[in-house]
Write a protein that binds this ligand. Sequence first.
Ligand code: LRH
Ligand code: MN
Ligand code: MN
Length: 385
Amino acid sequence: MTDLTAAPADLMIETPSWAYGNSGTRFKVFAQQGVPRDPYEKIADAAQVHAFTGAAPTVALHIPWDRVDDYAALTAHARSLDVGIGAINANVFQDDDYMLGSVTNPDPRVRRKATDHLLECVDIMDATGSRDLKLWFSDGTNYPGQDDIRARQDRLAEALEEVYARLGGDQRILLEYKLFEPAFYTMDVPDWGTSLVHCLALGPKATVCVDTGHHAPGTNIEFIVAMLLRAGRLGAFDFNSRFYADDDLMVGAADPFQLFRIMHEVVRGGGLDPATGVAFMLDQCHNIEPKIQGQIRSVMNVQEATAKALLVDAAALKSAQETGDVLGANAVLMDAYNTDVRPLLAEWRTAKGLSADPIAAYRASGYFEKIVAERVGGSQAGWGA
Ligand code: LRH
Ligand code: MN
Ligand code: MN
């Protein structure tokens, strides 16, 4: 049997700075107590998630939500709290200029402005030591005929080429896709195929980011994962879960079986090996639940799915598949999925000097009471404003 006490533990999960700020829907942002007032405090909260899980050593930034004067100082602050700065997420979707698109806008002035922001994000990566530039474009059209679908792809390719040329030696582009929202007729990067086509044209430092909330209902995400790993172009996950649209709920909450199936393909495709270069990130908003606890729970959910995926008896599965034993093969997967891995993960945590129950330990730590007392007037994540 697989050594469960080692492997899921090696999986490191990046948390997003925006998960710690207030968020909501377009109907209402509920202000929570103790939320961070600036990027420094967001990183301090992310450090708590790492302290109690031992599995969240980096935090992703979103620019301009996390803009500061001195990124070296912010990086040093992160290090002093035993975490690092991870991916830099560009934001070319919250400016009036971008109503008709950012890098695909018909107006060259707007395209220049958007591309300059992406280049600025690479400057920030140089200062923070980040490897990954995550690009998500809200660009698209609402009405048939509104703009030339092909010309928009040409503009996108041109901007991506310029940014790709600016990347340092080990820096990468993660190109995220999304089928819908905010554009309702065409999104310019709607799916993994479009992302992959652009990545292949750019070169090996361009890879696809799979946000689990960005597909049509019923889409087989684990198939996409298998295909991208096979092509060597799975760069990252933005993990979250959804019931209806891009709900950004805690990963593993809506459909833990889907998360298991995804992690099974990750294991199958060698994606747990850091050399494969898959970044495991959360992209979530905790609109009604406490944020730090929501992140801890999410990290644990990914660990549980991973532990179960590692329990799959690969030899038994292969032999059942090769002999056409449909039910036997399915049973191998289901046996692993139906195993309660929580005691094993608790053992792993204890062996690492962590609490067996990270949520209880965090609740007992007094951190929440401390930030509620210290912080007044916390910041908004950026969503739902
Ligand atoms: C878009 C998205 C993208 C953004 C984030 C805040 O829906 O998933 O990753 O950067 O949300
Ligand atoms: Mn995302
Ligand atoms: Mn999203």
